[in-house]
Design a protein around this ligand. Structure first.
Ligand SMILES: [Zn+2]
Length: 217
């Protein structure tokens, strides 16, 4: 579902809609690895790039435009959701692992019955960074060699594959990992894409425990 209004940014309109359905947890994303938990005091919008849900009545949200939305979920021994904003920095810093560790401190998790979904984001076809950049250097040090390739002054990154590898590293069955696979920049007529010019507008990924709704707007 896409909501568009001449007066509101898409994400603001989506938030207004979601707030009619439950208590929305919408962290201020800073390309870090901190996680917000529904049990915490969430009266104010705290900083974070992930949301853990273990209680009904909450809707976790992550905003993206080229960065990858990631959902880990399970219902054993009790329902839980882990929503992550895994952009370039989040992937280099392995927010998947940071979120998972926080999750394990928060609730019991049956790894064998856990599932993962990697949403649409900027693909290896389009994601190029300058080689003379500290974060590019860091990424080449921390990400496995098969997730990037150098081409002159540029380095190309395959973020979705790197994220998938990180999720597999948690012990989640590869058969339980779904990858959306579409590039947001190649398909910017359908997705919001920062690199195609959507500097302020974001897509909203949301999930909830009580929900029969897990969706991507
Ligand atoms: Zn592309």
């Amino acid at each position: 579902m896409t909501l568009r209004s001449p007066d509101l940014r898409p994400q603001d309109e989506v938030m207004m809609y979601l707030s009619t359905l439950g208590t929305v947890i919408s962290p201020r994303q800073v390309h870090g690895v901190d996680i917000v938990i529904d049990r915490d005091d969430i009266a104010s919008r705290t900083f974070g790039d992930g949301v853990i849900l273990t209680s009904e009545g909450f809707i976790g949200t992550i905003q993206v435009a080229d960065c990858y939305p990631v959902l880990l979920s399970g219902s054993s021994p009790a329902p839980w959701r882990l929503l992550l904003h895994s952009g370039f920095k989040g992937t280099v810093d392995n927010i998947v692992l940071a979120g998972w560790r926080r999750l394990l401190k928060t609730t019991d998790v049956d790894v064998e019955l856990s599932r993962a979904w990697i949403g649409p984001g900027i693909g290896s076809c389009c994601y190029r960074r300058k080689s003379n950049d500290p974060w590019t250097d860091k990424a080449m040090r921390l990400l496995e060699r098969n997730f990037w390739r150098r081409d002159g002054d540029s380095v190309w990154f395959d973020m979705a594959s790197a994220i998938r590898s990180q999720i597999e590293g948690l012990g989640i069955d590869p058969n339980n990992i779904a990858v959306h696979g579409e590039c947001t920049l190649c398909n910017s007529s359908r997705y919001l894409s920062y690199r195609s010019g959507d500097k302020e507008s974001r897509m909203v990924f949301f999930s909830s425990i009580d929900a029969t709704f897990d969706a991507y707007l």
